[in-house]
Write a protein that binds this ligand. Sequence first.
Ligand code: BT5
Length: 257
Amino acid sequence: METMFFAGHKVLRFPVLDSTNIQAKHLAREGEAHGTVILADEQTCGRGRLNRKWLSRPGYGAWFTMIIRPEMGRVRAEQTAGLVFVAALAMAQALNQQTDGAVRIKWPNDLVIHGRKICGAMCEMSATTEGLEWAVLGIGVNLRGRDFPADLPWAGSVESETATILSAEETLHRFLICFDELYALWLADGLSPILRAISPLSATLGRQVRVIQPDGKIFTGRALRMQDDGALVVESAGIEQVLRAGDVSVRGMMDYI
Ligand code: BT5
């Protein structure tokens, strides 16, 4: 493991880890400070939400987790889900600086280019009755590669979609600069300004979507707007349905978005 500093953040870089989220949770429980980043060149057990697998091959992307530790009492547990929007926007801004604005945000936590998923973010946390104690914000971004396995038909990379080659270090550095500014805004003013900045980058709003429910049932509708808490409002057969991240999957009519 080597220790580096990027944009004022301590970065612990490992050649291989099971998952940067697992390592970050371990360090967070031991009291590691706000802002520390765990970066791995390869993850053998990278995970998405709901324990889904995250493909994290060496040399193909940036796989990292940041420890978030606000002052005790500053963030309520139920506000923590908003961090995923902060992270998605920060990575979209960072990558858009390098790709002529090619990156869009698919509600709630995916970054896409040309309809292909190039990045995902997730958040795990520990809270007490006083509020959020710590959170770990895990982000995986595919920077290289065109040869995704057959079970990931919607995956893409910055290279495959824009022919731009970015390093994990530079991507992380730019992300941290964007993140710090947006995190301060989120702490001061809440999720609304973050969602306002996401709207013009959204690959979901205004589109016809398929909503896949936990029981596998699907309904279709038009994605109208995001509520102040980040929930997506979809109009289906004249009725507005409020969808919460984690409860449903939202896809395009024919495609991933
Ligand atoms: C996410 O979950 O998109 C969040 C992914 C977070 C990964 C980071 S990497 C660093 C940190 N350490 C970890 O162990 N995890 C975090 P979700 O929305 O549940 O999407 C998961 C789905 O994305 C999978 O079921 C696959 O269909 C797809 N997928 C898996 N690997 C992918 C990849 N490399 N690129 C694009 N799609 C992928």
